[in-house]
Design a protein around this ligand. Structure first.
Ligand code: HAX
Length: 439
């Protein structure tokens, strides 16, 4: 058996036994209560999912297998002390729960290089879409088209045993992760560049290869991509994209189907499109004042535009969160990166002023439960600084990264034989009658 699979098998067997014991001993133990407010409020805060890869703390932010982002900088393999954690190590940790050595990272890197050949028809499926198709439509279409290679689907059809589902799921997830940067960069080069496709470099790591295939080749750009892929990799199980992939996977749809569905969820303005929305909104602010980025805007002008946006009934993109109640550490990581590598960028300067202005305005209005910035408030300005100008592509980059966490979780879902998800639903009359009967 492949070395990583062997590690996974050892861990997984223990966890499978742990889960079975838990069900045997404590099946009826109550973990949470559900109010009408919870049901009609998007199930916010209700504990109802099992996710082994990461946990989101409302004040400290995301922890991958117990490690915060600053801790991960210390423990995960990097090419040098100034470098960013490598995606291969991030995935290894999310999958196995163990911090990998550099040798293990290199093993994973080579494995992904070997799995990176995308079936030709995937590109033809993307090409067949009309010019008006958005990058996320192309990306999710590409992932769906890649499902023809699903080993899980083939083996399930011939009668795979339930306890073995994880093995072919692992193969699918590994192939999918290896191929996503190739698919995404194909979309980028065709849609926003000269159309010339750049081949993968078998000597580069996964994140740097993504940069390279998009046409970015400096060491600093590699660092940017490593940092971006690292911070977006996972955000526990309840967010729309992760939850969608898990839900679809629970019907034993193959990992390509499940992840493509998750990507459709990511493509919403309240979720992964927010990184595009931030740039679109900032541009509209400059247009409103008829000013260029170089000419800049004062703190007062920015404040007034924030107020106007809210008065017009819109949200401030990049601010607020369903779980977080503090500045997202992924925002801080990007800000630190910009402070270190970027000087005098007018757009990043605007993003920094927004960080001073927006929380106070949202707090004053008293509606948003979290007035602080999330990951999307910063990412677009950094990507734009490094020359990725076509901001409608940003969510695709997010989607490439998120496969690390959601892919690992899909493997665990099969290892633990999590059942098909099927909550109960009721009509509005039922809720009303129930409420009246309790009065
Ligand atoms: N600007 C203005 N109003 C906001 C707001 C913001 N940034 N954030 C929340 N609110 C409003 C909500 O719209 C809601 O108003 P209504 O009662 O009129 O519907 C009210 O405050 C309470 O909302 P909440 O409980 O604080 O927030 P939710 O859990 O309902 O929603 C969202 C969380 C992230 C969707 C929300 O904060 C938002 O719309 N933010 C802007 C979009 C954004 O940045 N999304 C990306 C989030 C991170 C992510 O998933 N990235 O992929």
């Amino acid at each position: 058996m492949d070395y990583i699979k062997q590690r996974l098998f050892e861990k997984g067997s223990l966890m499978r036994a742990q889960l079975q014991d838990l069900l045997k001993e404590s099946r009826d133990l109550i973990v949470d209560e559900v109010t009408i407010g919870n049901v009609l409020g998007g199930m916010r805060g209700v504990t109802s999912l099992l996710t082994v890869t990461s946990k989101l703390d409302q004040y400290e932010g995301i922890r991958y297998r117990g490690f915060s982002l600053p801790e991960l900088y210390k423990v995960l393999p990097r090419y040098n002390t100034e470098g960013e954690p490598l995606a291969e190590g991030v995935f290894y940790l999310l999958l196995t729960g163990e911090v990998p050595t550099m040798e293990e990272v290199e093993y994973m890197r080579k494995d992904w290089v070997q799995r990176s050949e995308v079936p030709e028809h995937v590109f033809r499926a993307i090409d067949a879409l009309p010019k008006t198709s958005k990058p996320m439509t192309r990306f999710s279409t590409g992932i769906l088209a890649a499902a023809t290679q699903s080993q899980f689907q083939k083996q399930h059809r011939v009668g795979l045993r339930k306890e073995d589902y994880w093995d072919s799921t692992y193969e699918d997830v590994m192939n999918m992760i290896a191929q996503l940067p190739v698919i995404a960069s194909y979309i980028y080069r065709k849609e926003f560049c000269d159309g010339e496709v750049i081949a993968l470099d078998p000597n580069l790591d996964w994140s740097a290869n993504f940069a390279h295939m998009m046409g970015f080749n400096s060491e600093e750009e590699f660092k940017l991509f490593r940092m971006y892929m690292f911070i977006h990799a996972d955000h526990e199980g309840g967010n729309v994209s992760a939850h969608t992939a898990h839900l679809v996977g629970s019907a034993l749809s193959n990992p390509f189907y499940s992840y493509a569905a998750g990507m459709i969820g990511l493509a919403g303005p309240l979720h992964g499109y927010a990184n595009q929305e931030v740039i679109r909104w900032i541009k509209s602010m400059y247009k409103h004042y008829n000013r260029t980025f170089e000419e800049g805007l004062s703190e007062e002008e920015i404040h007034d535009f924030v107020e106007k946006t809210l008065d017009d009934g819109n949200v401030i993109p990049g601010y607020g969160h369903a779980v977080l109640r503090a500045t997202d550490p992924r925002f801080i990581t990007q800000k630190d990166f910009a402070d270190k590598y970027v000087q005098n960028d007018p757009l990043i300067h605007t993003v920094n002023i927004l960080y001073k202005v927006v929380p106070a305005v949202l707090q004053e209005r008293g509606k948003a439960k979290n007035p602080w910035p999330n990951v999307d408030a910063f990412s677009g300005s950094l990507l734009l600084h490094y020359g990725i100008k076509d901001y409608i592509f940003y969510t695709v980059m997010f989607g490439v990264s998120r496969a690390l966490g959601v892919g690992a979780q899909l493997i665990w879902d099969r290892f633990l034989s999590l059942p098909i998800e099927r909550p109960n639903s009721q009509t509005l009359d039922w809720f009303t009658e129930y409420a009246n009967s309790e009065d």
